[in-house]
Design a binder for this molecule. Structure first.
Ligand code: FES
Length: 216
């Protein structure tokens, strides 16, 4: 049985390492969207801690997640990034001047379930779901969706890992020339309604297990 909406946050455009990861609790479906705006800090996870640690699925309401925003939930004690990508961000994912800079643009490595082995690495193009752990040495990459800026004029938006400078695009695909070897993993997940994501449970017919990815 799924637990509802245990959510963690590092801010809509924020980020950080495991050390400063903030955990908040949303007790019911629908609360996560509000949390995406306010980002309150709650001291700890609520009663389902043991169940969550054991890997029970969690349900997250993304109905209030605005385009361009990210929320982070904890599943199996790992940060899970959920992003509502804009049409412009989706277009960028397909641009050749970006894909030629990526190490594995077609997701050839087993870092995602088959249902996310596509150009947007997700079930619904607009909603990205990733395990937010750098494939180099395990830091939590920072959500850096705005193009350009400190990462250079050719930065298309994505994730920057502050530990050793690895970069990923807005589908979690790793760039060439950085220490991280692989794309960010995609966890098992499914949509149980138009706007509710169940993390930890595959769509019918799939038996993907996160333990089977090449690297977490
Ligand atoms: S842990 Fe991310 S670049 Fe080293």
């Amino acid at each position: 049985m799924a637990e509802s909406a245990q959510a963690g946050s590092m801010g809509a455009h924020g980020g950080g390492t495991r050390r400063d990861f903030l955990v908040l609790t949303a007790s019911a479906l629908g609360a996560v969207g509000a949390a995406a705006v306010a980002w309150p800090l709650i001291s700890s996870m609520n009663p389902a801690r043991d169940t969550l640690a054991a890997g029970a699925p969690i349900d997250v309401d993304v109905s209030h997640l605005a385009e361009g925003q990210q929320i982070i939930v904890l599943w199996r004690s790992r940060p899970i990034f959920i992003v509502h990508r804009s049409a412009a961000e989706l277009k960028t994912l397909q641009e050749q001047n970006v894909t030629t800079l990526l190490r594995d643009p077609n997701s050839a490595a087993d870092q995602q379930p088959d249902y996310a082995k596509n150009w947007h690495r997700s079930i619904k193009p607009e909603f990205l779901v990733l395990v937010g752990i750098c494939t180099h040495l395990g830091c939590i990459p920072i959500f850096t969706p705005d193009p350009g800026g400190n990462l250079g004029n050719d930065w298309p938006g994505g994730y920057f890992c502050p530990c050793h400078g690895s970069k990923y695009d807005m589908a979690g695909r790793v760039f060439q020339g950085v220490p991280a070897p692989l794309n960010l993993p995609v966890p098992p997940y499914n949509f149980i309604s138009d706007t509710s994501v169940r993390i930890g449970e595959n769509p019918p017919g799939s038996n993907f297990d996160l333990d089977s990815v090449e690297q977490l």
